[in-house]
Design a protein around this ligand. Sequence first.
Ligand code: BG6
Length: 481
Amino acid sequence: ANSTVSFPEGFYWGGATAANQLEGAWNVDGRGPSVDDHFMGGSYEKPREITLEIHPDKLYPNHDGIDFYHRYEEDIALFAEMGFNMFRMSIAWSRIFPNGDDAQPNEAGLAFYDRVFDCCREHGIEPLVTLSHYEMPYHLVEKYNGWESRKLIDLFERYCATVFDRYQDKVTYWLTFNEINCGTSRMGALFETSMIRGFEGPASEVKVTPQQCYQALHHQFVASGRVVKLAHEKYPQFKMGNMDCFILSYAATCDPEDVFANQQEMNRMNWYCSDVQVRGAYPFYAKRYWAENGIELDIREGDLEDIAAGKVDFYTFSYYMSSTVGTHADQETTQGNMTFGGKNPYLKSTDWGWQIDPLGLRVALNEIYARYEIPLMVVENGMGAYDTVEEDGSIHDQYRIDYLKSHVRAMGEAIADGVDLVGYTWWGPIDLVSAGTGEMRKRYGFIHVDKHDDGTGTYERRRKDSFFAYQKIIKSNGAEG
Ligand code: BG6
């Protein structure tokens, strides 16, 4: 049935991707190795492994991705066919500065994104560009242990200044760090802050202390503040956003102990980073949190001023699932993106254990908007699932359509509630390499890609049933959700 809610005119509909998960061409045209190029494939049961050297006889799924590097024209045309007016993508830092600290940027890398942005423009698609999506030149891991080092601030600023200057007429919407709040966790240490120097073996065994995590995050906050400030001063047409992995959690029971534990967890997981990036200062609860967790931040002169000067213009987040937080010993846990949370008996999960909760998206939108009152975008939402290709080549992914529609309806309701939501980009509109597991069979796309976990496949693109469902939703500006 048609929903009674309506989306504002000019609402952005699209899809979201990350360079390392789709481009492939990892060592082409001067690109340097990136963190993700050192990750092998894993699965739900088996964590990805990191190798210090890249072994020619081992399989690294990100090396070829889905070969967007050579097929972007076909892919962007398919996005346009669905009706996209926004495409979220990221720039691979190591295409621009192969080692991160090179004297000059790599022209062939810069030229590639010129072609991609031009192609988007030809189709009337607005690019939304993440400056750092779970990667950095591997050289910076070896030399500095990623964001643990303050040195990264200058290097990141120089990379951003380079791409701002180059693409100022082609890109208006920018996000600094993908899911920056994951930097508070071990998973974040792998992807978000890349604190894995010298590490070889299962990624799940990487050890990092809260001190390291929060110091690395501090460096990212300063870097984010500086580049947002630079953008506002030099390119007033730019709109700068943050990006959080919003893990909505509920108190597992109405025991006040659980309610309190959940409030603390929401502060730690969801609000800590966005309070800094949206309000321009560490939140009131930070000091106690640092003290109780043995965190002593090295905050240098000028850092807090940079953070204050770099408040973002809009708030963006990923939303896949919700979880519960409780204090009772019998609480069951479930898996999720970058975190483990409590099981919720009222919700169903995906095959990877992510709890599906469309109403939670409406809750999240209301909570976030109440706190910040700036425009919001849902820049990732989606469902990883096994797909079956029928003999005639069709793919009947009704589960994905159900997930999509229920979340679109939830957004429509939140807009009717009064939330200033301006855009929605589905995660992985085309199948791509999973960040968490490195799998291809964990598929998110409306477009199927013939590539398999053993590295075989023709890379052929196929429209799934969900392709047409999303096309209808976009055409009716959300009404067919
Ligand atoms: C988000 C990341 O956490 O979730 C993406 O920003 C990631 O990079 C997405 O791909 C889905 O997670 P996964 O592990 O299923 O790929």
